[in-house]
Design a protein around this ligand. Structure first.
Ligand code: HEM
Length: 436
């Protein structure tokens, strides 16, 4: 058995450990794998009076197991890989088997372990490797993998109640109604299960979804996918609020995930909400929103600020103060008009004007090419977590879709709703509270 144990021990080593074993420390990784690090290091050396500084720490490993799934409350990293997938198996036992395999795969991936028993390079030469290999030697980059269940997993016109789950469907988990102005693209709506992979390295995020789909094999197929990005804050120790592709700070008045009372009130589902199996989970709203950047880029700075109700420079409300000053919607400007237009994005979305609704936004920018027109298809891959989709996301989006000044510059093109079940512990699987 010595051969097998050698294989097992090699594949159980984390990518980081393999890196160390190969004689490449973290400094080597930073310089070798990130094109920009050379320039950053020169700057860092200069600031340190010529002495080399220790390499910037990479985002630490995020625990996969826990009461709630990771990828909701922890700060969003620089990259997203999102997939909405359809399940092709039909028995409940097979669904449990699939979720067990996906859970085990995700637990390994988030620990930077290659998937399968033999990983990327330790299997027999005559067999396709279990792991595709592009994340070998990369750290976890703070990878989180979050699974959600769409309404059609429970019941659908084409598949009926295939898994015997119809009576477990949370009342509020439905495909969203058509909102005014929606231009949804066929094929980019819904999905039986979603996989949200977030990491500071696009290759790590992409590797995880690709390998989870290989684990699923013929048991699932991709319905639609999207990659997203934010600025690479971790590379430069940037702590300012990220900017969206309209150039505005986006996230200023987002829910503070360290505020436990607010997270309990607005994000985490409770058994008393109706679906007991969702206790400790949350509900995810996904909207891909194309941003008409040519029109926007030609609009004048004042118009841009008026659309949001905030300044472009620092994100302060137009009623005055700095970024985190509370907006004053009753303030008039010198010309007698409202300082913050009542139909500006912030006025309509602020809890003061929407009956107290709050959501946890977790959005990423995206950039695709539109093959049909050749034009850029760029925008915001909007995701929000909330305790109740109807009372929070749907209510907000109804209000925004009616009169938001921003609507002139955006188009909603993809849409999906998911129940994101609670987390699990070693030996368990995501979805066990629903299926056990
Ligand atoms: C491309 C589409 C969108 C863009 C560019 C955008 C951008 C922004 C910006 C710049 C702010 C102000 C800064 C901040 O507090 O984060 C903001 C606030 C906000 N947005 Fe959006 N947003 C978009 C879509 C949406 C959608 C679809 C929703 C929900 C249905 C939404 C909900 C909110 C909320 C709740 C706030 C905070 C308002 C407050 O309390 O002051 N946004 N958004």
């Amino acid at each position: 058995m010595p051969k097998t144990s050698k294989i097992t021990s090699a594949t159980n080593m984390s990518r980081r450990a393999l890196l160390g074993a190969a004689g490449l420390g973290a400094a080597g990784l930073g310089a070798a794998s990130l094109g920009v690090v050379g320039a950053t290091s020169a700057l860092a050396d200069d600031r340190h009076h010529g002495r080399p500084m220790p390499p910037a720490p990479t985002r630490p490993e995020v625990a996969f197991y826990g009461r709630s799934q990771a990828g909701i409350a922890n700060p969003p990293p620089a990259h997203l890989q999102f997939a909405a997938i359809d399940i092709t198996i039909t028995s409940r036992a097979a669904l449990i088997g699939l979720l067990r395999d996906l859970t085990q795969g995700a637990a390994r991936l988030t620990s930077a372990l290659p998937v399968g028993k033999t990983g990327a390079v330790n299997g027999p030469a005559a067999v396709a490797p279990e792991d595709t290999g592009e994340a070998l030697n990369l750290p976890t980059a703070g990878l989180t993998i979050t699974f959600g269940f769409g309404p059609e997993l429970f019941t659908s016109k084409s598949n009926g109640d295939r898994f015997g789950l119809a009576n477990m469907q949370p009342a509020g988990l439905q495909q969203f109604p058509n909102f005014k102005g929606d231009e949804l693209v066929a094929g980019r709506i819904g999905g039986d299960i979603c996989i949200q992979a977030c990491a500071d390295d696009a290759q790590v995020a992409m590797h995880s979804v690709r390998n989870l789909m290989r684990i699923a094999g013929s048991r699932a197929k991709v319905r639609w996918t999207q990659a997203g990005f934010n600025r690479a804050a971790s590379l430069n120790n940037v702590t300012t609020t990220p900017r969206n592709l309209f150039g505005f700070r986006d996230g200023t008045n987002n829910l503070n995930t360290n505020d436990r009372a607010a997270m309990d009130e607005f994000v985490w589902a409770k058994s008393s909400d109706g679906a007991a199996w969702m206790d400790g989970g949350s509900y995810l709203a996904v909207r891909q929103i194309r941003m008409l950047i040519s029109d926007w880029d030609d609009s004048v700075l004042k118009e841009q600020a008026d659309v949001f109700g905030r300044t472009k420079s620092g994100g302060a409300p137009l009623s005055g103060g700095t970024e985190f000053t509370a907006p004053d919607f009753s303030k008039l400007s010198a010309d007698g008009k409202w300082a913050i237009a009542p139909d500006s994005h912030v006025a309509l979305a602020h809890p003061q004007n929407n009956g107290g609704v709050r959501i946890l936004r977790r959005a990423f920018n995206y950039a695709n090419s539109d093959e049909a027109s050749g034009a850029a298809d760029v925008g915001l891959f909007f995701m929000s977590y909330q305790r109740d989709l109807n009372r929070q996301f749907v209510a907000l989006q109804c209000q925004l879709s009616e009169s938001d000044l921003l609507n002139e510059y955006i188009r909603h093109t993809a849409s999906a709703a998911f129940a994101v079940p609670p987390g699990t512990s070693p030996g368990g699987y995501i979805g066990e509270t629903l299926l056990a």
